[in-house]
Every structure is written in C-alpha cells, then in structure tokens.
Design a protein around this ligand. Structure first.
Ligand code: IMP
Ligand code: MG
Length: 181
C-alpha cells in the first residue's frame, strides 16, 4: 500500500466524542454485571485502542481488572474471513475460577469470539463475558452473544480507532469507512 493510499479520505461514522461517551456507558453496564476477580482480555490487534480507552472508563466506574492480551488471527490481509482461527500469542495469566471480559473490535461471523470464549471456558473461567465495540448483526455464522455492544455497525468495511485495512488507518481517533470513488 502506497502512502497516498494510506491517507485516503475516510468518512466518519462514529467520532471520538461519541465513542468516549459510549465507553463510559459500557463501563457502567460492565459494573452492573458485578464481575469478580476480573481479567480483561483484549483480542489483538484490532481492539487495542478500544481496550485502552475502555479499561480507563472502567477505572472511572470503580473497577480494577487485570489486563491481558491474546492475539488471534483469521483474517490475515484479506477483508473476507478465512473461517480458521488460530492463537498467535496466548494470555500469560491463569483464568480458572475468574470472570473474564473478552474485548474485541467487531463481532461479525462470530468465529473469532466463539473460539476465544470456548478456549477460556475450557480453561475453567467462572464466566466469560464479551464486549465488542461494533456488531455487524446480519453476518453471524456461529452462535455467539455479545454481553456488551458499543454500536451497531452499518454494512461497511470500517477502519480507525485501532481497526485496519491491510495494516493502515489504525491511528485514526474515530471510526469510519473509505467511500467508493
Ligand atoms: P469474525 O466475527 O470472526 O468474523 O471476525 C471479526 C474480526 O474481523 C474483527 O475482530 C476484525 O478483526 C475483522 N473485521 C471484520 N469486519 C471488519 C471491518 O469492517 N473492518 C476491520 N476489521 C474487520
Ligand atoms: Mg480482530
């Protein structure tokens, strides 16, 4: 991808202010679920900006989670799911008997989060809660429910706020999409 392609105009869907406000609401919803011995697990890479903001909103709501990361891959460089999920880098903490909050950017086919949820449940987590920034409701291929959802996502390939297309646009402080020419 050339530098001009990396700086194409991106149409704003959700601006920074709206995201920040929604993060504060999500933190309150998470508190209401009364998590115990909470470990937050951010699914890399797409969720890193969202997770960074959400854990600080959670602090504001009185929570003090342990923070962990897992790197899963199903997409590689394509914009269509390959259907195969693999662990590229695992968490470093014990989840047995604890509440887990999985954080991801987008719930689409559901394969990524279904895989992660099953993995952590199999390791003995007390509860595995799922929080996603965006949900694409009409794209589900497997049965999975998100406990907390930031926004319903229109049927665009979105970028920004940690999300990429071919490794570009993660740095944008808002969520947007690239309009067709
Ligand atoms: P699925 O739910 O297993 O299909 O995978 C969802 C994952 O696909 C997300 O965590 C993203 O990494 C990626 N993804 C899906 N839709 C988009 C998009 O519109 N923009 C960027 N990444 C996306
Ligand atoms: Mg992802």
């Amino acid at each position: 991808m050339s530098d001009t392609e990396r700086t194409r105009h991106v149409e704003v869907l959700f601006d920074a202010e709206r995201i920040a406000e929604r993060n504060r609401e999500l933190a309150q919803e998470i508190v209401a679920a009364r998590p115990e011995k909470l470990v937050v697990i951010a699914v890399l890479k797409g969720s890193f900006v969202f997770a960074a903001d959400l854990i600080r909103a959670m602090h504001g709501a009185g929570l003090a989670p342990e923070v962990e990361f897992i790197t899963l891959s199903s997409y590689r460089k394509a914009t269509v799911s390959s259907g195969q999920v693999t662990v590229l880098r695992d968490v470093e903490t014990e989840v047995r008997g604890r509440d887990v909050l999985l954080i991801d950017d987008i719930l689409e086919s559901g394969r990524t989060l279904a895989f992660a949820k099953d993995l952590l449940a199999a390791r003995g987590a007390r509860r595995v809660l799922v929080c996603v920034l965006l949900e694409k409701p009409h794209k589900r291929a497997v049965q999975i429910h998100a406990d907390f959802v930031g926004f319903d996502c229109p049927d665009y390939f979105v970028v920004g706020y940690g999300m990429d297309v071919a490794h570009a646009y993660r740095q944008l402080p808002f969520i947007g999409y690239i309009p067709e020419d």
